[in-house]
Design a protein around this ligand. Sequence first.
Ligand code: ATP
Ligand code: MG
Length: 322
Amino acid sequence: MASGPEPVIEPVIETRGLTKRYRGGQLAVDGLDLVVPRGSVFGFLGPNGSGKTTTIRMLMGLIEPTSGEARVLGEPMPRAGGRVLPRVGALIEGPALYGFLSGRDNLVRYDAADPTADPRTRAARVADALDRVGLAGAAGKKARAYSLGMKQRLGLAAALLQPRELLVLDEPTNGLDPQGMREIRALVRGLAAGGTTVFLSSHLLDEIEQVCSHAAVMARGRLLTQGTVADLASSTRGRLAVTTPDTADAVRVLKEHGVNDLAVADDRVTGELPTGTPPPDLADLNAALVRADVRVRSFGTERVSLEDAFVALTGEGFDVAG
Ligand SMILES: Nc1ncnc2c1ncn2[C@@H]1O[C@H](COP(=O)(O)OP(=O)(O)OP(=O)(O)O)[C@@H](O)[C@H]1O
Ligand SMILES: [Mg+2]
């Protein structure tokens, strides 16, 4: 097989120094360099007010950046919006609805406003979108009688009326109950499996962990980090955790093998794994314990969550900036 350079797959979203200063001086997005790979489910994570919606509005050409560039599907935004936006499904904060129309008729109207939408397949596509977001049973109800979660589902249905290369969803599970959140996560996974790139914002860390392959973390308008979710979580290393009745011996043996910061709580010994290349083999550590007659009930590393990574990155909790 010919070995050449890997083909370069253009990112679906790419920004360089993207910056937005609102009138009144608020620097909402500050020099953002974002790269969203094709085929990813990309979580755009940050606390309230960190600049997620502002970024999404710039990506969709709804507001002009103060400086910097944004490319979506390889084209500059907002300049190429006319070509780009028909290929993108978007749900952006508080979808506009006609309260006097039913959910179904809102979608019909929305679809009719899209020059690329085929009117012959409209009714079927509307029914399918309602079904996918779990609104089929409430489709005939007036939108003004919809709950927040139902409105959110309807907004999502609008983004699903046509197959799209890219879905941009601003807090898609906002206002949904736990069951609704699970349904939306399943929907997003299904869309991604079908080849759609999904870019979704959230302030819920565990939501990002459950559904996303990649993530970027924002705080106060700045990008703290981006990459695969697995890399982000492993950038803060896990602690070793051993459950044993022989805690004193376990501490001694682990210390001899370079484990630091050892702590004992009841029958549980935890510690910081030694660094070094190659990293220590956990199997060797376990064998050393057993050789020293330490009776091991469980042995492993504690899972590091994205939340731990976030706290490690920011040195603070997941709070709104003042
Ligand atoms: N139209 C506006 N005019 C002035 N300032 C704004 C405007 N919209 C947002 N901001 C400010 O910009 C900052 C970022 O807001 P943005 O809505 O982008 O955050 P977010 O990450 O989407 O937050 P949330 O999680 O609450 O949706 C905030 O400090 C906000 O007060
Ligand atoms: Mg927002």
